[in-house]
Design a protein around this ligand. Structure first.
Ligand code: FAD
Length: 363
């Protein structure tokens, strides 16, 4: 007996309205009936929004129109200071990051996407996807208000929560436990700082100026570290104060930072479910950059929505080939950065790589 196809309410349900979800929505084929749900509401998020350093890589900048003034943090472009407490190296050199306020960025991305789609989208803020069930040519999506909807496709853009992996029994990607706090600066400091110190972080710690009087301080730790956040950040805070930064630390917030350790930690989906951005595990394990991957994958997934299931996944993977290759290189880079000997060698090579732009700082 032929199976009766489930009647679909939407062509696509997008879960998560962060950069991946907003960029997926914006790039859907004309006429797609879409439902966008978000557990929170990025349109209302405070200036801080999602816990993030707000650094846009060159790849992220290339995928975006010019940022509006409210999303630009100052200095918008500046140099990076590298402090290696293991090897004693300290240097300053240019990087191609742009500095933004993450909450404002997310609001701007989502507003653009909703304006582009106009009446072709239903947006449900403060609505969480709690379950997924593939069935007869559709996906049944359970929402936290007991409602169920059906769709031909499901795009998982739920960030580190990775809703579809949970629902389909796919193992979660490994992650760091990241902490970050705003700090009120007594005097401006115009450079980004990254601090490597294997005694207290397997990743690195950071300071990011946001204005003359505001900065962000953060670091990432092993996923099982659960000591009081103040104590975990204390060595970084102490180092920055000894270095001469004067600031008052605000409330420390924490969340997962996905960290693929091998290529198979990145999962692009199966059947009618595609995973985008951090939900796919697409975060650079060497730098923590995830916004560029979220934008690129959201856009690529949207473009496959009208295709049959198998070609859609193949097309999606093909479109992301440059990002997947970059992530594989970054997995290797992360292993090298975690090794103080490799960092010592990199420190010796940096002046040649950076040529005239490299400034060695005194200890
Ligand atoms: C401390 C820290 C610093 C970082 N700094 C940088 C940086 O400087 N530059 C950079 O490029 N990247 C940075 N990242 C990584 C970057 O923030 C993420 O990779 C990026 O936000 C991923 O975007 P996304 O759209 O995939 O997910 P998110 O931005 O996390 O968006 C996910 C959305 O899904 C919603 N959601 C979650 N679960 C559900 C559900 N079940 N149903 C419906 N909605 C749901 C959430 O409310 C959220 O709005 C940092 C991360 C951390 C933790």
């Amino acid at each position: 007996m032929a199976r009766v196809k489930t009647r679909v309410d939407f062509d696509v349900v997008i879960a998560g309205a962060g950069p991946a979800g907003a960029w997926a929505l914006k790039h859907l084929p004309e006429g797609t009936r879409a439902l966008l749900v978000d557990a929170a509401n990025p349109l209302e998020s405070s200036r801080g929004g999602k816990l993030c350093g707000g650094m846009l890589t060159a790849q992220a900048q290339a995928l975006l129109p010019e940022l509006p003034s409210e999303a630009r943090a100052e200095p918008f472009k500046t140099k990076l200071e590298y402090h290696d407490l293991d090897t004693g190296a300290r240097a300053r050199f240019p990087v191609d990051y742009a500095n933004c306020y993450r909450g404002s960025l997310d609001r701007w991305l989502l507003r653009q996407a909703l304006e582009t789609r106009g009446s072709g989208v239903d947006y449900l803020p403060r609505t969480r996807v709690t379950g997924l069930q593939p069935e007869n040519g559709a996906v049944r999506v359970r929402l936290n208000d007991e409602r169920e909807v059906t769709a031909s496709r499901f795009l998982d853009c739920t960030g580190w929560r990775q809703a579809s992996r949970r629902a389909l029994g796919v193992p979660a990607a490994p992650y760091y436990h990241a902490l970050q706090a705003e700090c009120a600066l007594s005097s401006p400091y115009p450079y980004y700082i990254s601090v490597f110190a294997s005694e207290w972080t397997p990743f690195f710690g950071w300071f990011i100026p946001k204005s003359e009087s505001l900065g962000e301080i953060g670091a990432a730790f092993e996923s099982d570290r659960r000591d009081p956040p103040g104590g975990m950040l204390a060595p970084l805070v102490e180092h920055l104060r000894q270095y001469g930064l004067e600031f008052k630390l605000g409330r420390i917030r924490g969340c997962r930072l996905t960290r693929p350790g091998k290529a198979s930690d990145i999962w692009l989906g199966q059947g009618r479910v595609l995973a985008c951005g951090e939900a796919a595990g697409m975060v650079s394990p060497s730098s923590g950059d995830g916004i560029s991957y979220a934008l690129a994958s959201g856009k690529a997934a949207a473009r496959t929505v009208g295709l049959p299931v198998k070609p859609a996944l193949a097309e999606y993977r093909g479109a992301l080939a440059p990002q997947l290759a970059e992530l594989r290189r970054n997995i290797v880079k992360a292993r090298l950065l975690a090794n103080r000997r490799a960092r010592r060698i990199a420190g010796m090579l940096l002046p040649f790589i950076q040529r005239g732009n490299f400034e060695r700082l005194s200890l």
